[in-house]
Design a protein around this ligand. Structure first.
Ligand SMILES: Cc1cc2nc3c(=O)[nH]c(=O)nc-3n(C[C@H](O)[C@H](O)[C@H](O)COP(=O)(O)OP(=O)(O)OC[C@H]3O[C@@H](n4cnc5c(N)ncnc54)[C@H](O)[C@@H]3O)c2cc1C
Length: 287
């Protein structure tokens, strides 16, 4: 089913994001987590595509595994980086023949070490081109795209970034999943601006239950996400083992407020860990 349909229901859609593991221990971890999350029946789960197209095979392999063994509705991510149109066509054919019905369409980031996104000479420069391609060649796919409540780091302004987001929606994206944020007002302002710009698709709040001060500082430098002083202080004062509890409480408060404002969906960046997701799923589902 097109995941976009799920947001038409009045209940908050609960989704989680996995990444394909690179090690044997990582493989055991994702399976342990999937087993625990299966009982929560998330409305869907997405699986990332590695920077620089580095997990092409593993995105498919783990996407199939999570779907076939644990019965998750899986949305694989796909990025443009390093791919020609022919590559993209071949990957989409494989996703389609494997039975996936939704794609998260992204431009992608360059691999570690290079700072600039250089499109493939016969590929796509921006995600709106990928969305348009999927919509015209694989019209049955539901399509998700990325939104940035605090603007994409390369964008000159939030308004310019929202104009570019509208290009993705106009090209055929069915819903928007946001970058993580720790301050809800950024999300609410973003949704307001989207609506003013004529973007009428569901905007799904991306929430990361933080684990430690070091981790959030990494995300701050990668994604330019604001870390509120109160969260910084609490994480700074927490012992190594208490960081996850601080992050969980913070995410819980965020989710309660988001739910009170009737967000259509909450997407948890679980980093292949189950503990916080289990607790947060109860808040999202109101149980
Ligand atoms: C929910 C989510 C999931 C993600 N999953 C992955 C993943 O699995 N793998 C991965 O490698 N990365 C992933 N990313 C990161 C993402 O690839 C990067 O943020 C990337 O830098 C931008 O991707 P995009 O699809 O938003 O690109 P775009 O929409 O192309 O935007 C990139 C920049 O270009 C500008 N822009 C967009 N369209 C145009 C246009 N037509 N003309 C001029 N400027 C334009 C935008 O304003 C923005 O500054 C994810 C991000 C999010 C929020």
């Amino acid at each position: 089913m097109n995941i976009g349909e799920k947001f038409k229901n009045s209940k908050t859609v609960f989704s989680v994001e996995f990444f394909p593991p690179k090690t044997e221990e990582g493989a055991r971890q994702i399976l342990r987590t999937a087993k625990k999350l299966k009982e929560l029946s998330p409305d869907y789960a997405s699986i990332t595509y590695g920077a620089g197209g580095s997990t092409r095979e593993r995105t498919l392999e783990y996407g199939e595994l999570l779907r076939d063994i644990f019965d998750f509705e899986i949305m694989p991510h796909l990025t443009c980086f390093g791919h020609s149109r022919e590559d993209i066509e071949a990957i989409l054919c494989r996703f389609e023949s494997s039975g996936f019905e939704n794609i998260m369409a992204l431009r992608g980031d360059p691999p570690k070490g290079s700072s600039e996104f250089v499109p493939h000479p016969n590929g796509f420069k921006h995600a709106n081109e990928l969305v348009a391609y999927i919509r015209s060649r694989f019209p049955r796919f539901g399509i998700g795209c990325a939104g940035y409540p605090e603007k994409h780091p390369e964008a000159v302004s939030i308004d310019a970034d929202i104009d570019n987001l509208k290009r993705k929606v106009d090209a055929g994206a069915d819903f928007i999943v946001t970058q993580m944020f720790f301050e809800n007002s950024h999300f609410f302002n973003f949704v307001e601006k989207c609506r003013a710009a004529g973007i009428d698709k569901p905007v799904i709040a991306g929430i990361l239950p933080a684990l430690s001060l070091k981790q959030v500082m990494n995300f701050k430098s990668m994604c330019s996400t604001e870390i509120p002083d109160a969260l910084l202080k609490k994480l700074g004062e927490a012992s190594e083992s208490d960081g996850a509890k601080v992050g969980l409480d913070w995410a819980m408060a965020q989710i309660e407020e988001l739910k009170s404002k009737k967000v259509p969906g909450i997407h948890l960046y679980i980093l292949n860990r189950a503990e916080s997701a289990v607790r947060l799923s109860h808040v999202i589902r109101g149980k």
